[in-house]
Design a binder for this molecule. Structure first.
Ligand code: C2E
Ligand code: MG
Ligand code: MG
Length: 658
């Protein structure tokens, strides 16, 4: 019986694939061997294992055939040796194949160490059988003529191999929807190809075609899956950010008009706490599969986790609006994930190219945005709103730059005492010496600093700068008792706040009475226990507090009877409204009297006119802050202001005495 041996061809082909895969040195070939699980989940590692298994099976098989032809008693050892190696790697082949299919379809995502150990049991059994064949000759043996024979246990190896192939098919059909149509078609064809090889060789053992079919399969995988692997999202199988960028670059480069529908899941953090990784991955796959189904003509991109994009080139305006409507309608309903029924929220936006965005660079930047205001429920987010979040991003950038490059300044606004008829305190207010932020109110950028954590550095800077200003004692000699600093509730979130404040205060030897901390009314009513604890710690150290912006929130009487504060600062808006509204005017008057009767100082902010001053004073308000006396001033101007005031008072006193 003459042999038709395709194995040398299989060997050459797979060596080529291995060399190609390794020299392209794609990022994904940097393996991390952190854990057993991470190795099992690394599809590229599994792919390389597949190649090496085919190469070694083919090489040893070719050698064995050669040895058979020149067989002598001395060579029997080598005959056994090569057959052993052949079976070791041939067993690995079907196992790695099943694993590869599981990784490509993400069927393995979220599985644990135990799953993989169980998965590998049949493989270990077949490897043990091959190993003990050295003594037992149950898998194969050489007869007296040095001719190779199949042993009685060999079918077990085939059954195990078949088991893995069946597993690969099962996972493929079960998780097919998680991968793109193109990928699933490619995998389907390749699986049929290698199955054909196995069947032909099983039926006609003289045609050694199995390894060749497998090497063709690997070549196909390399071209169709591995090459594209860098462009797909591991979880959903949708094309990834790189793919989206390269496609749009091509479209923009060829002056095409198109729309991109962006779909961002906005309430996923709610569920990440409830579900494990695998359930979340399944949910993402379901969402991706549904999004693929509504636009079968288009490709789905997942440019960030929980963020999808679809490009509409044909009739873009109508079709993208239609898609946005369909998506919003679907997300108005529930999603089933395993046992759970979830209500997923999405923000859907339509970006028109080249109307909204005309360069790839702008598009890339836009993709990084998208932490635009989270509303509850699903909604259409107009492109303008994405742009607004870009503005926030620019402010954040400018804030970071200001912190790094020492552009923070502290200005001071005098606080005037009705009783003493002079300035006795001041509020420290942040100013930023940058082109952009000079034009923007702290009321706009302070919240951004709070959300991004930059407030921590800002808060410490202001605290230190105030201490530095007070260190010489000059201001105190001019009659200044204390300086008020604004403290954001976000600063409390760092548990070293008290320690840092105390270190700075001691460094400049500032008595704690010279400082007063302003807390806004809304912050003071926050439920966070850390706020209460930290305030208590500071109070125990002797710090005093002002309740800022009183009258803007749900003015809380609890705060007024808690004796946490020494000063209550009434918001300027209430004062200004009182100018035109008698009811508010009476309310304000009563409020000031009430607060005074509870022994607090009342600081009225925003006093701009003499009548506002008189009304406040008449109601018993004892401290005044506002443009009527002075706007916030840079440090030097503020010192001059105090010096002037002291000089005038001195002259007035002299005039009275004279
Ligand atoms: P705030 O703490 O209520 O500060 C008072 C604000 O009212 C200041 O605005 C001040 O310039 C303004 N103001 C005072 N009197 C008048 C007046 O008569 N007329 C008018 N039109 N405005 C007056 P500013 O400096 O723009 O600060 C706004 C807010 O930004 C502050 O409100 C405070 O909440 C926040 N902020 C400022 N600096 C800091 C800081 O260093 N840290 C923190 N956490 N927040 C700060
Ligand atoms: Mg304030
Ligand atoms: Mg205020």
């Amino acid at each position: 019986m003459s042999m038709i041996n395709f194995e040398p061809a299989a060997l050459v082909l797979t060596i080529f694939c291995l060399i190609y895969s390794l020299i392209t040195k794609r990022k994904q070939y940097t393996f991390s061997f952190e854990s057993f699980k991470s190795i099992m989940l690394n599809r590229h590692f599994v792919f390389i294992t597949l190649l090496i298994s085919v190469i070694l099976s083919a090489a040893t098989s070719v050698f064995s055939v050669y040895l058979q032809s020149i067989a002598t008693a001395e060579l029997v050892f080598w005959q056994y040796f090569f057959h052993e190696i052949y079976y070791i790697f041939h067993d690995a082949l079907s196992t790695a194949f099943a694993l590869y299919i599981m990784n490509v379809t993400s069927a393995s995502a979220g599985r644990g160490r135990r799953f993989f150990l169980i998965f590998l049991i049949p493989f270990f059994v077949s490897e043990i059988l091959v190993f003990i064949n050295i003594f037992s000759h149950i898998v194969f043996y050489m007869d007296d003529e040095f001719v190779y024979h199949r042993g009685p246990v060999l079918p077990v190896l085939y059954v195990i191999g078949l088991l893995y192939l069946i597993l690969a098919f099962v996972y493929f059909f079960r998780y097919k929807k998680a991968i793109s149509h193109a990928d699933s078609r490619a995998i389907g064809i390749l699986m049929l190809l290698s199955a054909a090889g196995v069947i032909i060789q099983a039926l006609r053992s003289e045609i050694a075609v199995e390894l060749f079919a497998e090497s063709l399969t690997l070549l196909g995988m390399m071209i169709m899956l591995e090459e594209r692997g860098g462009y797909t999202d591991a979880v959903t199988g949708a094309l990834n950010r790189e793919a989206l960028i390269s496609t749009t670059r091509r479209l923009i480069g060829t002056n095409q008009s198109f729309n991109i529908v962006l779909v961002k899941l906005t309430n996923m953090d709610l569920f990440t706490r409830l579900f494990d990784g695998r359930e979340m991955d399944n949910l993402m796959m379901d969402v991706a599969a549904w999004l693929t189904s509504i636009s079968s003509e288009e490709t789905l991109y997942s440019y960030r986790s929980e963020n999808f994009a679809i490009i509409y080139q044909r009739d873009p305006e109508n079709r993208s609006t239609e898609a946005a409507d369909t998506i919003l309608e679907r997300f108005g309903k529930e999603w089933k994930s395993g046992e759970a029924t979830l209500k997923l929220d999405v923000a859907v936006s339509i970006v028109r190219i080249p109307i909204d965005i005309s360069t790839t660079e702008d598009l890339i930047e836009m993709l990084t945005l998208g932490d635009y205001k989270k509303g509850s429920g699903s909604r259409l987010v107009p492109y303008d709103e994405i742009l607004a979040s870009r503005h926030d991003r620019e402010i954040e950038q400018a804030l970071r730059d200001a912190v790094d490059n020492k552009k923070l300044r502290v200005w001071y606004q005098p606080i005037w005492s009705v009783e003493k008829q002079r300035t006795i305190a001041a509020e420290a207010l942040l100013r930023i010496d940058s082109e952009m932020l000079r034009q923007i109110s702290p009321e706009v950028y302070i919240p951004i600093a709070e959300q991004t954590g930059i407030i921590r550095d800002i808060g410490l800077f202001v605290f230190e700068d105030v201490c530095r200003l007070l260190q010489s004692g000059h201001l105190q000699k001019l009659g200044l008792s204390y300086i008020e600093l604004n403290l954001s509730v976000y600063q409390f979130m760092y548990d070293d706040l008290v320690e840092l404040f105390e270190n700075i205060r001691k460094k400049y030897s500032i008595p704690v009475e010279s400082l007063n901390l302003e807390i806004t009314e809304s912050a003071s009513t926050s439920d966070a226990p850390i706020v209460e604890q930290t305030m208590k710690a500071l109070r125990d150290l002797g710090y005093t507090f002002s309740l800022d912006d009183f009258g803007t929130g749900y003015s809380n009487l609890k705060e007024l009877i808690s004796s946490t504060y020494t000063n209550v600062k009434i918001d300027k808006s209430l004062l200004w409204k009182a100018d035109h509204n008698d009811n508010i005017s009476s309310l304000l008057e009563g409020l000031i009297r009430l607060i005074r009767s509870l022994d607090y100082n009342v600081v009225q902010e925003g006093v701009e006119t003499v009548s506002q001053l008189e009304r406040t004073a008449a109601s018993g308000g004892n401290l005044i802050q506002g443009y009527y006396f002075s706007r916030p001033l840079p440090e030097n101007d503020f010192v001059s202001y105090l010096e002037n005031e002291a000089k005038k008072a001195f002259e007035a006193k002299k005039a009275v005495e004279a």
